[in-house]
Design a protein around this ligand. Structure first.
Ligand code: CA
Length: 223
């Protein structure tokens, strides 16, 4: 969970409460750091203060929504209805006004996590031939029952593909999802990492069955 809040006291209160409930948390005190952490850590939820020292919170929403559907709950003192509507229009999922009751915030947060759960789909993806088993919750992959070691980027790439089986995922979308929002043109990165994944997963990496190339467009995971 990513907490974006420049007020140190509020940030501390949020982090203490969230950590006490077992949530893994990251903290950003400004918008740029928030975008960086969102890209690097792929949090399952973002709590976002709209009034930040560098970027406007709405720019942070735009930046994240460019490549991610992670739930965003805006937590802000700006209770004017226009900023609330603007945040929701830009893709925020919910809005909590400061000062907030911690119990209410936690309830909203659980609701947002529940709503988002179906999108992440089956936690385990197994290929039709039963050779490859990808456990999205445990972040592990095995081939013929043997665990396969993946680098962080290899895993992210496989995860992005496995979460959308049979869908053609464009190169720039994959680059933004795996490498971050500032990427999009670096098709050579994809070629290198897709090739590494095929070497580790495919029975015949030269004739891949699971990770297919759609020439000129992107890739498709066909388990
Ligand atoms: Ca603030």
């Amino acid at each position: 969970m990513l907490v974006v809040e420049d007020d140190a006291q509020i940030a501390r209160a949020l982090l203490v409460n969230l950590r006490a409930r077992g949530y893994r948390t990251y903290h950003a005190a400004d918008g740029r750091h928030a975008l960086q952490l969102a890209a690097d850590e792929h949090p399952d939820l973002v709590l976002l203060d709209l009034g930040l020292p560098d970027l406007d919170g709405s720019e942070v929403i735009d930046g994240i929504r460019g490549w991610s559907t992670v739930p965003i709950i805006v937590v802000s003192a700006r209770h004017e209805s226009h900023s609330k509507v603007d945040a929701l229009d830009r893709g925020a999922d919910d809005f909590v006004t400061k000062p907030f009751a911690m119990d209410e915030l936690l309830a909203r947060l659980r609701a947002a996590l529940r709503r988002n759960a179906p999108e992440t789909g089956h936690a385990v993806v197994v290929t039709g031939d039963q050779r490859v088993r990808i456990d999205l919750s445990a972040r592990s992959v095995s081939v013929d029952g043997e665990l396969v070691r993946l680098t962080r980027l290899e895993w992210r790439l496989l995860e992005a593909l496995a979460r959308a089986p049979h869908r053609l995922i464009g190169r720039s979308e994959l680059l933004r999802t795996v490498w971050g929002p500032e990427y999009g043109e670096e098709s050579n990165y994809l070629r290198v990492y897709i090739s590494q994944l095929r070497t580790k997963l495919e029975a015949d990496p030269a004739n891949p069955e699971y990770i297919r190339t759609e020439l000129g467009m992107g890739y498709r995971f066909t388990p």
